[in-house]
Design a protein around this ligand. Structure first.
Ligand code: BG6
Ligand code: MG
Length: 217
């Protein structure tokens, strides 16, 4: 059976979560707001606008529109400096193995990311041609945990949501996948991603047999 496999990007395909962290931390500190790994966890999967809103609320800071836009641009400039240096060596372990397995089995493969930098990153790591549909931060009106991004990906693949499987590293993304009535697979820490249907530390833990089971289901 043809299923739809929808991949989040940051923290699932590539370890850009660490670059988002560095850029947000720099920005937060520059306006006098402390920024910890626990706070960063709450920004995973969350859009750029929403992330800045959260940081400002943690620091009890209010800004006018111009200042807000300025900080958003600054964060992205900083982030893009990290991205510029990326290559295929930053693809997370066994992601290519799983993509190739799915490709061989003629499964639908899509990207479902909140990032507006998704295409640039996929190009940098030479994976863009693996995806028959790319839904990113430019293609949605409501961010995760809203299911829109994954529902749009299912639609682009012409596969019903209940026949789709989502790989996510963020709580917001797991919630979005569950709300879309898809199978949710957490990549990361099981105690953080406890709402997922399955959790694996990374793709090295995902066997071919497990993928076959998902396809057969
Ligand atoms: C998500 C990341 O994938 O994309 C978030 O987990 C990030 O940390 C969001 O804020 C938006 O990304 P970008 O690249 O458009 O700033
Ligand atoms: Mg992510």
């Amino acid at each position: 059976k043809r299923k739809g496999f929808i991949f989040d990007l940051d923290g699932v395909i590539v370890d850009t979560a660490k670059y988002h962290f560095l850029a947000w931390q720099k920005l937060a500190n520059s306006i006098g707001v402390e920024f910890t790994h626990e706070q960063n966890e709450q920004l995973k999967g969350v859009s750029r606008v929403k992330s800045l809103e959260k940081i400002l609320s943690w620091g009890n800071i209010t800004l006018d529109n111009e200042e807000f836009t300025g900080l958003m641009a600054k964060k992205n400039e900083d982030y893009l400096l990290h991205i510029e240096k990326m290559d295929a060596s930053e693809i997370l372990p066994d992601v290519p193995r799983v993509l190739e397995l799915l490709e061989k089995q003629k499964q639908g493969i899509a990207l479902g990311s909140a990032s507006k930098n998704a295409e640039v990153i996929l190009q940098k790591v030479h994976l863009i041609q693996k995806f028959s549909a790319i839904i990113d931060g430019n293609g949605v009106t409501k961010g995760k945990p809203d299911p829109e991004v994954f529902l749009n990906a299912a639609k682009a693949l012409s596969i019903a949501p209940e026949n789709c499987i989502v790989f996510e590293d963020a709580t917001a993304g797991i919630k979005a996948a569950n709300a879309a009535n898809m199978i949710s697979i957490g990549i990361g820490d099981a105690s953080v991603l406890h709402e997922a249907d399955y959790v694996f530390k990374d793709f090295t833990e995902i066997s071919s047999d497990f993928i076959q089971e998902l396809i057969k289901k």
